[in-house]
Write a protein that binds this ligand. Structure first.
Ligand SMILES: C[S@@+](CC[C@H](N)C(=O)[O-])C[C@H]1O[C@@H](n2cnc3c(N)ncnc32)[C@H](O)[C@@H]1O
Length: 194
């Protein structure tokens, strides 16, 4: 089952999904690859499904040129009110020129779409990435609870990224609640070829 009610989620008067703190994996990826750069503002980064702006905060604090997109107007209004560059945009039709970004990342956002839309999204990501630019995606691939998502297998990911050079696919296997709740997350780094 997929979730189509992101606007409802963000306009509800609760903390749920309104992440304020950046993802550890996004921090680690960006700092591993660009942490030493003196001029981080030269790195243009697109946050796909930026939600409440948690990862845009990290980009801004570090001096990267970050832009966020999301389907939820309420989420984007929140990002803008916090001073981040963000706009309402659907993954299937990115309103950016070809070869615009050095990095496009996705923290558990693209997967919340049908496989048909995920494939279209990957084409759009490739279009807006600069040559040799990086796509970094974090996707839950298995879980023993319903997170309203499309679960991608490693081979499925290799197939939809066949036009990219895959640099790495790692797995984080996590349990909680005394091991009763289980999930596997794939961390995917792929580059648009030169
Ligand atoms: C699980 S939330 C993750 C939010 C954020 N990346 C984070 O780390 O907290 C998924 C986000 O993807 C957005 N989203 C899902 N499908 C989308 C689409 N087709 N176009 C744009 N945004 C979409 C949702 O509105 C939501 O903000």
């Amino acid at each position: 089952m997929l979730r189509n009610d992101w606007e409802e989620v963000y306009s509800a008067n609760t903390f749920r999904n309104k992440n304020q703190y950046p993802s550890e994996e996004i921090i680690s990826f960006m700092m591993r690859n660009y942490g030493e750069l003196k001029n981080k503002s030269s790195i243009k980064v697109l946050d796909m499904g930026c939600g409440w702006g948690n990862n845009l905060k990290f980009l801004k604090d570090q001096g990267f040129s970050g832009t966020g997109i999301d389907i939820s107007k309420t989420a984007i209004q929140n990002c803008i009110s916090l001073g981040y560059d963000a706009k309402v945009c659907d993954f299937g039709k990115l309103t950016f020129h070809n070869n615009s970004f050095d990095v496009v990342f996705d923290r558990q956002a693209i997967q919340h779409n049908s496989i048909k839309n995920i494939k279209k999204t990957i084409q759009e990501v490739e279009r807006v990435l600069k040559k040799d630019g990086s796509f970094y995606s974090i996707m839950v691939s298995e879980a023993n609870y319903d997170i309203y998502t499309t679960y991608m297998t490693e081979s499925g990911i290799r197939e939809i990224l066949s036009d990219f050079n895959i640099i790495s696919i790692d797995k984080h296997i996590k349990t909680s609640d005394n091991q009763s709740v289980k999930s596997t997350t794939l961390l995917i780094h792929a580059k648009k070829p030169f």
